[in-house]
Ligand binder design. Structure first.
Ligand code: ZN
Length: 252
């Protein structure tokens, strides 16, 4: 099955620097946007046939172009991929500031963008939210059991909420509904879309603000029409959810 990972690293190439590939000359393109910080792209001319964009792990962006490529063509290529670039950079930034989860009483966890403290409660048999705290049942008496209990609860909440929001958003934006919605624990992505029309969402999406959850859902629904991160995909996404970049910025 062809699988679209929603991790738009696909355009990036592995970093190989043999002697013959040493950059011959370079310049810089700065992408400016009214509501967003400027984005600097280093243009590197090399002996190569195609243009490509590479986002390094430290957030530096390079556009690698053939030696005789016209400036206008480079400019158009970079600008038409600006949405993709900003998405990759935002994701890198989120990953750098994500704290390590602790599964113990007193630790803080998120649900729908709100922070809750874990509290042991011997009176209950399943997780409950009480006065801003997340109450754990007696059986969650070790880090491993707290994690199992919390993840099971997140999974049920995520499946219920995402099923409901997908229905609502498909109706609101007149989108084709997916034939299947799965919830999985994923390390590097919030959602994914299969070529057969099924969507998969990260279990931890339920910890995020509802506006950001809706953004991830609409992003994946748009892949049912555009199975890539092309400018056409972002134009389609923007026509439906004009504030998607703001919503994406809420993901932590
Ligand atoms: Zn995507």
């Amino acid at each position: 099955m062809k699988f679209h990972p929603c991790r738009p690293i696909a355009l990036a190439e592995p970093v190989r620097r043999p002697h013959s590939m040493v950059p011959i000359s370079s310049s810089v393109i700065v992408l400016e946007h009214q509501d967003l910080p400027p984005l600097t792209v280093k243009v590197v001319r090399r002996r190569r046939k195609r243009l490509s964009l590479v986002v390094e792990t430290d957030g530096l962006v390079e556009c690698r172009v053939p030696l005789r490529c016209a400036k206008q063509e480079i400019d158009l290529f970079v600008r038409s991929n600006e949405s993709w670039l900003r998405e990759v950079l935002a994701k890198q930034k989120r990953e750098r500031r994500r704290p390590r989860l602790r599964f113990e009483v007193g630790a803080e966890h998120y649900f729908l963008g709100q922070r809750y403290r874990l509290v042991q409660d011997y009176e209950i048999s399943s997780i409950k939210i009480v006065n801003g705290d997340l109450h754990l049942p007696a059986k969650a008496d070790s880090p491993g059991r707290i994690q199992t209990c919390l993840e099971g609860w997140y999974r049920r909440q995520a499946q219920r909420l995402i099923d409901y929001r997908v229905d609502r958003l498909c109706a609101q934006y007149d989108l084709q509904p997916p034939h299947q919605i799965k919830i999985r624990k994923m390390k590097a992505k919030w959602g994914s879309c299969s070529a057969s029309g099924g969507l998969c969402f990260n279990l931890w999406l339920i910890t995020q603000d509802l506006r950001a959850i809706d953004y991830v859902i609409v992003h994946e629904l748009c892949h049912l029409k555009h199975f890539d991160h092309s400018p056409a995909f972002y134009a389609y996404l923007g026509s439906m959810m004009p504030d998607w970049q703001h919503r994406q910025g809420l993901l932590v």
